[in-house]
Ligand binder design. Structure first.
Ligand SMILES: Nc1nc2c([nH]c(=O)n2[C@H]2C[C@H](O)[C@@H](COP(=O)(O)OP(=O)(O)OP(=O)(O)O)O2)c(=O)[nH]1
Length: 146
């Protein structure tokens, strides 16, 4: 069982642009390679999750992104780690798989099942997708470019 008091946080970004979500395929370690995830990583000492997310997206994808909102919930990973997710808006740069990933894909909400997410990521991705899905015209929902 994950110890909620001491579990370390892995922060991941539901990076979106024009209603599509960015998925990243892990290249390492061998146990996770080939699985798709939301890009991100572990917090470093003294960092807030938002600061860690901005740093990780810069390191892994070469982009500047802005955390928008926490996706409610927390998902257990391996022993001692939990996944927290923020939606994040791309500010500049074209994401490239610079570190930890060997492929990136922009997925529309109805394409989310087209990749093999890491099993522990599925509920997190579903929760994130609900927050970036464009609502019906005129509803003011959705999260496209402003
Ligand atoms: N970034 C990320 N990691 C995930 C997800 N799902 C999941 O199980 N993980 C696991 C994989 C890793 O064991 C751990 C995150 O480690 P990481 O390797 O991305 O972290 P990091 O960039 O800080 O790397 P390092 O300093 O440990 O080398 O969480 C996810 O959606 N995003």
């Amino acid at each position: 069982m994950t110890d909620r008091v001491t579990a370390r946080v892995v922060v991941a970004g539901a990076v979106y642009d024009q209603g599509r979500l960015l998925a990243a395929r892990r290249s390492a370690p061998p146990a996770l390679a080939g699985g798709w995830e939301l890009p991100g990583g572990k917090l470093e000492p003294g960092e807030t999750p938002e600061q860690a997310l901005v740093r990780e997206l810069r390191e892994e994808l070469g982009v500047e992104a802005e955390p928008v909102e926490r996706v409610p919930g927390e998902w257990p990973l391996g022993p001692g780690y939990v996944l927290q997710v923020w939606t994040a808006r791309l500010l500049s740069g074209d994401p490239r798989p610079l570190e930890d990933h060997d492929e990136l894909r922009w997925l529309a909400v109805d394409e989310l099942d087209s990749v093999e997410w890491l099993p522990q990521d599925r509920p997190a991705v579903e929760a994130a997708a609900r927050r970036i899905a464009p609502g019906p015209p005129g509803s003011g929902g959705g999260a496209g470019r402003r």
